[in-house]
Design a protein around this ligand. Structure first.
Ligand code: GAL
Length: 410
């Protein structure tokens, strides 16, 4: 190649590298299961395509382990460039401390208020009129996942609702199948409680307690039925000695457990295992009784960074995460619903379609993360873990302690 062409090749390479700020951003999250990792890869691919670099900062052990690490790094002066939190109040103190990047200008330029659906997700990112996070998905915990293989082996039809599931438990046991798979991470017991509360207790009772913090409702006869259902679940989960939620999901995938109550992020695991909704497994939102979903899920927050190039790249990252292309690619892999209503999800499977239908009907609850403070959430977690692991605690005892937490909730 002659000298002139060499010069041109060098100049164009230099131009390309300087024309796009190739900035590395460290992004922390707690998505470490097979399905979650597949979803993260979609975000990483999309961000790398902007000419920047996604530096993955996965923290294993679930949100309960990861969030304290994220918070201490931000408050300790060693911030990442972006981090996951759930929708709601988890980052409230970091925002109040002035440690988080204000995204309002970007949000207004891109019309997030018209894009995000339901609008409550953006409200959860807003404090004193300013927007501090980009919502990325809608996850709802209130799903029951059932293994077709397990019920076939037990010789009983796949249940259509909670009561049929409870009634099928003895047959599952006889067939050597764990009726209910439940991991030992504390939030899983509280998630199970939340699903049973709406599934068995219904919407009105749920609102009285979770919105009005009505102590009489929390200690009343309707709630007693919820705690009896929790005792049934405790019996069904007896013997389920796995730790992580996705290990419990894998028991359903392999047919060694009849079912699991878990958020729709479990979908990602069924997908990675090439299982088909409606053929290999059945999903029952609201336990097949009260089909309400809560708009839980995830958002990304951006700690303030000194480096202006990184600050610019942070805004590119936020903009990518809410883009139509990234929303489709990420949510299909994550098993969650998108945060915008203007995209085509024709590739959605039966379960995601059920979720989209409920989203469209508006049968939505605010996620617990948006109503009770993180501290109150922890108290609920602790009570439900204790109850699920200690048969000496009666449903009546648990309900009494539950009502006391509601009474003291901030
Ligand atoms: C939730 C999160 C989901 C899912 C789950 C299990 O808090 O919203 O995205 O990953 O944790 O890790």
């Amino acid at each position: 190649m002659n000298t002139f062409k060499l010069f041109l090749a060098g100049a164009s390479a230099l131009a390309l590298s300087t024309s796009v700020n190739a900035t590395d951003l460290e992004v922390t999250h707690w998505w470490t299961s097979g399905g979650e990792a597949a979803a993260v890869a979609e975000f990483a691919k999309a961000f790398d395509a902007t000419g920047n670099k996604w530096v993955d900062g996965a923290i294993a052990g679930g949100g309960g382990t990861a969030r304290p690490v994220m918070i201490s790094r931000i408050t300790g002066g060693d911030p990442m460039a972006a981090t996951q939190f759930n929708h709601g109040r988890q980052a409230e103190e970091l925002v109040e401390a002035g440690l988080m990047l204000d995204l309002t200008e970007l949000a207004e330029k891109e019309g997030w208020k018209d894009i995000v659906n339901p609008p409550s997700l953006l409200d959860s990112c807003t404090l004193d009129g300013k927007i501090y996070c980009v919502p990325v998905n809608i996850h709802s915990p209130q799903w029951l996942w059932l293994s077709h293989a397990a019920f076939e082996k037990a010789g009983v039809p796949v249940p259509g609702n909670w009561d049929e599931y409870v009634a099928a438990a003895p047959k599952l046991r006889e067939a050597g199948i764990q009726p209910l798979a439940l991991g030992q991470q504390p939030w899983q017991s509280n998630l199970l409680f939340g699903a049973v509360q709406i599934g068995v207790g219904g919407l009105d009772l749920w609102k009285q307690i979770n919105l009005e913090k009505d102590v009489a409702a929390a200690s009343g006869p309707e709630m007693a039925k919820v705690f009896q259902a929790m005792a049934d679940a405790r019996n069904m989960a007896d013997g389920s000695n796995v730790q992580d939620w996705n290990q419990a999901t894998n028991m359903v995938i392999t047919g060694t457990a009849g079912g699991q109550i878990m958020g729709d992020w479990a979908q990602g695991e069924f997908q990675v295992a090439n299982q088909v909704a409606g053929e290999d497994y059945t999903c029952l939102p609201g336990l097949g009784v009260n089909e309400y979903l809560s708009t839980g899920g995830d958002a990304f927050y951006f700690p303030k960074l000194k480096d202006p190039e990184k600050a610019a790249a942070q805004l590119e990252l936020a903009s990518m995460m809410i883009s139509k292309e990234a929303q489709v690619a990420f949510n299909l892999k994550k098993g969650s619903l998108p945060i915008r209503g203007d995209i085509n999800l024709s590739a959605a499977n039966d379960c995601m379609k059920k979720g989209l239908e409920i989203l469209a009907t508006g049968n939505l609850l605010p996620s617990g993360d948006q109503v009770f403070s993180a501290d109150t959430q922890t108290q609920f977690n602790d009570l439900m873990v204790e109850f699920m692991n200690d048969k000496s605690i009666t449903p009546e005892d648990a309900q009494e302690r539950y009502a006391a937490i509601v009474e003291a909730a901030d």
